[in-house]
Design a protein around this ligand. Structure first.
Ligand code: FE2
Length: 486
């Protein structure tokens, strides 16, 4: 009997912790050797209580280790303070993005109760693996077993330092760059720059000119750039337990974006440039063309109607009644003149895109290719993988069909280092897939540069793998990629 195609098996997945070899059919390339890490939310129900939004889940990290055509799969919950306490008592104790935990006798003493869910991104750097949430302390995990080692402030001595889920590894500068927001009495942003060995090179804090929530940032050779869209947060009702954080965000579409440009030294005053209103979650890339000009690309929406508001589409996915249309995510590019403080904004790709990724050695440098997912604005999630050439506007796509959903694509590059030029898109592109028609979970492997040919391997994984947000590729024996010059 044909199973109705839906995404409930993706957003309500109930994954087990696994550690096993996967049966493969010989289609995995012998020269794909390394580990794909993914992080995403799980555990939406405890003690008969269901959570309302998939951003309320607890982090589970998955690793797919490829070696000579074989595949080993692991999955492990991040043992956060929250996960351990709630698992022990078998009930939800902590508030999350939209969820308020049931009241208990301690509510008057400590409310609201927020702790890291460690569910958004997994980053491998200087031989270590980390799980990040937004504005909480990251957790270090064992990169082989995925067992949780410890919460960590990454060696930064400032106890107030904050880390967002998104960071950037700038290979050629040997830098791992972080930002983190803090909405206390005044809105602050922390910047932390680590070297290739994980040693702190610089950490500084700036007062933000507006109290807004942003999810990602840009880096270039000399600058860190924030695009402060008008998603204003009001922490008073959040801290008093009257509103969730997501409910507190106030989208003021007539206030525009404010681009804030910070020199990495932390010594110069920020440069501010005004831009038209664009909601955005994810940067594509950024680079400098001269001392004066920055080029920044990102996925932008005219409105956050799919995420924010009374009853946005992505909140309704857990109740099964989500439908669009919502405003599409187009690939846009800013050209910012720092001297004149002017901005040129253009649409590079019209469509509905999300989760852009790059060759890892092109972050912060001039790049040509971006990998993304693409979908319809009428329905949640995405069923198409895309490799786009932003220099020419051309793209290759592969659509998995109605009722099949794909996640952030990650490239295992054929070549790392300098001088690969036009080979930037070469390698194997991987995406976790959920087939809602057959209720099957798999990893799809496609050939970079030949995306329209479809998967060269589609390997079933015997676990319910929830929607995952972000991950990374760790090449074989890659402890710390040695930087070179461009
Ligand atoms: Fe993200």
């Amino acid at each position: 009997m044909e199973v109705a195609a839906d995404y409930s098996g993706w957003v309500k997945a109930n994954p087990r912790e696994c550690n096993s070899m996967i049966d493969v059919d010989g289609s995995i390339p012998m020269d794909l050797n390394g580990v794909l890490y993914r992080n995403g939310p799980a555990v939406f129900e405890r003690d008969g209580i269901s959570k309302p939004y998939y951003v309320d889940g607890d982090g589970m990290v998955h690793s797919l280790s490829f070696s000579q055509g074989r595949l080993h799969y692991r999955s492990c919950f991040v043992r956060t303070k929250k996960f351990i306490e709630e698992s022990n008592l078998k009930k939800f104790l902590y508030d999350t993005w939209t969820f308020k935990a049931p009241a208990d006798e301690f509510d008057s003493l400590q409310k609201p109760k927020y702790e890291s869910q460690a569910f958004i991104s997994a980053v491998y750097h200087h031989g270590k693996l980390f799980a990040f949430d937004e504005s909480f302390t990251p957790y270090e995990l064992d990169p082989e077993t995925l067992e949780t080692i410890t919460p960590t402030k990454l060696g930064v001595s400032d106890v107030g330092v904050s880390f967002a889920a998104h960071s950037k590894i700038h290979t050629f500068q040997n830098q791992w760059i972080h930002f983190g927001l803090k909405h206390d009495k005044e809105p602050l942003v922390y910047f932390t720059i680590l070297d290739g060995a994980g040693k702190c090179l610089n950490s500084f804090c700036e007062k933000l000119p507006r109290a807004v929530y942003v999810h990602d940032f840009f880096t270039t050779e000399n600058y860190i750039v924030m695009s402060l869209h008008p998603a204003f947060s009001n922490m008073k009702p959040v801290l008093s337990g009257r509103q969730s954080f997501l409910e507190s965000l106030d989208w003021r579409s007539n206030e525009g974006n404010l681009i804030a440009v910070y020199h990495k030294s932390g010594c110069d005053k920020p440069i501010y440039v005004e831009a038209d209103t664009q909601w955005w979650l994810h940067a594509v890339n950024g680079w400098e063309t001269s001392d004066e000009e920055l080029v920044l690309s990102f996925v932008g929406h005219d409105s956050p109607d799919h995420i924010l508001g009374e009853n946005p589409m992505y909140k309704r996915v857990l109740t099964g009644n989500a439908q669009g249309p919502y405003t599409p995510g187009r690939v846009r590019q800013y050209r910012i003149n720092l001297k004149a403080r002017t901005i040129k904004d253009e649409i590079l790709l019209d469509g509905n895109y999300e989760f852009p990724t790059l060759h890892p050695d092109r972050v912060g440098c001039k790049s040509q290719f971006v990998f993304m997912v693409k979908g319809s604005v009428d329905k949640p999630f995405w069923n198409t993988l895309v490799q786009a050439n932003l220099a020419t506007g051309s793209s290759q796509e592969y659509c998995f069909g109605e009722g099949v959903y794909c996640s952030e694509p990650i490239i295992a590059p054929r070549q790392r280092g300098i001088g690969f030029g036009k080979k930037e898109a070469e390698g194997y592109l991987m995406s976790l897939i959920y087939d809602g028609r057959a209720n099957k979970y798999s990893v799809a492997i496609l050939q970079g540069g030949h995306i329209e040919d479809g998967p060269i391997a589609l390997v079933n994984i015997n676990n319910e793998i929830p929607l995952t947000f972000h991950g990374c590729w760790r090449g074989l024996n890659e402890v710390n990629y040695q930087a070179g010059s461009l």
